[in-house]
Write a protein that binds this ligand. Structure first.
Ligand SMILES: Nc1nc2c(ncn2[C@@H]2O[C@H](COP(=O)(O)OP(=O)(O)OP(=O)(O)O)[C@@H](O)[C@H]2O)c(=O)[nH]1
Length: 225
């Protein structure tokens, strides 16, 4: 079978299997950073080159683009809740440890181009680390999660980063440092840990976010990938 035909039938069958992209997954404007001190960009909107490239891809034969995202960090810092808030707009207050890894897929449309994220939720518990780390390879994005109420979880972030980068090319991976459970900290407590978090994020060239999966505040960070 001719390869163009193959591609077309794949595309048609994929279109008939998947429902339309959710309205809030249609990205027409460049999402803004949480803190300008640790951000990937400070521009207001997509670069014209990006817009042109997307326009060309929209009419061309480019298929579905997929990025792999791995979410790492200490146990119970809130990795699963972060993903559940983003993917299902849900929050569960009962802790259920991730065993090995879990997986979610989210579809987007960025400037008219189909785009999917594979989100790999990894276990923070030491005894599952070995299994989880076998899924690190091939990541385009690493999200290192810490609890803004637990300074130790921030100090362990460097080790999580090193482990994730052992399996990936450090020059082609985008990093996010995400503080969770912001609803549990007072403004004074939060601003103390934020200084350290921003310093670390700048040091490793990560974009910094602080979120609450309970309230849903700022948990749209993933649209920023
Ligand atoms: N108040 C509050 N609690 C949270 C938040 N995020 C997570 N939690 C709670 O923290 C606990 C752990 O959350 P999980 O998301 O399961 O943590 P995890 O990092 O995935 O844990 P492991 O799978 O063991 O690595 C649960 O009881 C959650 O309800 C948050 O933003 N605010």
């Amino acid at each position: 079978m001719n390869s163009d035909f193959c591609f077309m039938s794949l595309r048609v069958s994929a279109m008939s299997v998947f429902p339309p992209v959710r309205r809030d997954r249609v990205i027409a404007h460049l999402p803004q950073a949480f803190r300008k001190e640790a951000a990937f960009h400070l521009t207001e909107d997509f670069n014209n080159k990006v817009r042109t490239a997307c326009q060309e891809q929209r009419t061309g034969t480019v298929g579905f683009k997929i990025s792999k995202v791995i979410v790492v960090g200490d146990l119970a810092v809130g990795k699963t809740c972060l993903i559940n808030r983003f993917c299902k707009d849900a929050f569960d207050k009962n802790y259920k440890a991730t065993i090995g890894v879990d997986f979610e897929m989210e579809r987007f449309e960025v400037l008219g181009v189909p785009f999917s994220l594979q989100l790999w939720d990894t276990a923070g518990q030491e005894r599952f680390k070995c299994i989880a780390s076998t899924y690190y390879r091939g990541a385009q994005v690493v999200i290192i999660v810490f609890d803004v109420n637990d300074i130790a979880s921030l100090s362990h972030a460097r080790q999580w980063l090193e482990d994730a980068l052992k399996e990936n090319d450090p020059t082609s991976v985008q990093l996010f440092l995400v503080g969770t459970k912001k609803d549990l900290s007072s403004p004074a407590q939060y601003s103390r840990i934020e200084q350290d978090a921003l310093k670390f994020a700048k040091d490793i060239h990560a974009e910094y976010w602080a979120v609450s999966s309970l309230t849903g505040k700022s948990s749209n960070l993933i649209t920023d990938f």
